[in-house]
Write a protein that binds this ligand. Sequence first.
Ligand code: C2O
Ligand code: CU
Ligand code: CU
Length: 503
Amino acid sequence: MAHPARFRRLLLGAAALALTFVLAVGGGTAWLWTTADISTVGTTEFTRPLAIPPLADSTVDADGTRVFTLDMQSGTTEFEPGRPTDTWGFNGTYLGPTLRAANGERVRVQVRNTLPEASSVHWHGMHLPAKMDGGPHQMAEAGATWTPEWTVAQPASTLWYHPHPHGATEDHVRRGLAGMFWIDDDLAGALPLPHDYGVDDLPVIVQDLRMRGQQLDGTRAIMRDVGFLGDNTMVNGTIGPYQEVGDELVRLRLLNAATARTFTFAFDDARPFALIGTDGGLLERPATLDRVRLSPGERAEIVVRMRAGERTILRGERLDAGLDFWGNRFAGGDDTFDILELRAAETLRPSPDLPATLVAPSTPDGSDAVTERHFDLTFAKINDTEMAMDRIDATVTRGTTEKWVVRNSDGMPHNFHVHDVQFRVLDYAGAPPTPDLAGPKDTIFLAPGTTATLALRFDGPADPTTPYMYHCHLLWHEDRGMMGQFVVVEPGQEAATPPRHAH
Ligand code: C2O
Ligand code: CU
Ligand code: CU
């Protein structure tokens, strides 16, 4: 039988222990909490002119093929003068040139991998044969050259390219491997839109950044379940960027090239702007908005009106996606950034008014869908399955339209990207698509608990052996296995087993 005094001592000891535990956890939580939200609003000094990625050189072969060369290379970049940082880039040390080709044009890209490790180059948003897609099945070994070739068959749009090695995509993109690929066509070219590259039509590649000493720091902080989040932003590899503009209307081609962060872009004075295009091309008509949300991989083309002599700042605002208190904080949703300052000249060249209508829709409306598939996203799986290189998850028939119902069943943000196609959003969270979801899309943000229905048409060509990917474009999630594979086959044909790879 326990002695009462001894029992009391024991009880007191246990209580003290519990109290210590509560204090430690609580203190740790408070520390995590206070260190978790970041803001560069009001403190950013815009001291560097925005770098504009050069337009990629190309040659045209006798048969009319436009040929580009992209060298994947390592080197050092001085984000701050006198402080060399180890980085990777295409034809340079950070990011890459902007490739431009016309709808209907045959293109070939010589990708030379001079990096110390295997990688790949994926043409995000491009409709092309699976073997040319540059996903994890088209690796370029260190020292090797990979030369994809295809005919551009899609409307004017703002696409991009980046590596896609399974398990290492976040790392390769964050080191600096990304660039834009713009498609032109006669229809868009004839519209009175700003289209002078680097003058009134600006590539705006937004990324997260954190430095440790003078090196890029890519570590994922504790509880940051979305992946790497930085404490600053840069545009086109420029920290604290400003751009002088000389036209009344300026077109910004926004690309969220961050690996995990979802940005809500708005101007510091909340001025309205015109959204004219989404991932895969122009809208039917401009839409007036004062903010646009882009998750990793998404693009938006916006046109902003400037007044002579003024300055305005493009900002990243708080994420409003129905996340709970904690979820929002640790997903970076409470962070705010001053991203890019636009400085208007004292006199501006007049710009023609935006046209009332732009282009006819190029995506299917889903009325002829032959199949409905469901994709359920929970970290880090799709339909409770992790990515496997030698498993085909879906077989679609060339020339058919399908409905894909994608759902985020998780408490954290995800998005959903499909290779090879631009899709139409039929509904989002039970409602018809808002203007930012009304154009051609290849990537869609999914707030926790949200379902979206997409209509996709697979025009081929068929290749039962080589899969395309669909995945969450929060790259750490993708690397962890939130990815699946589909093949396009001829009617009646079956999927074959993709070859195993050495990686
Ligand atoms: Cu931008 Cu599969 O990726
Ligand atoms: Cu892609
Ligand atoms: Cu995800």
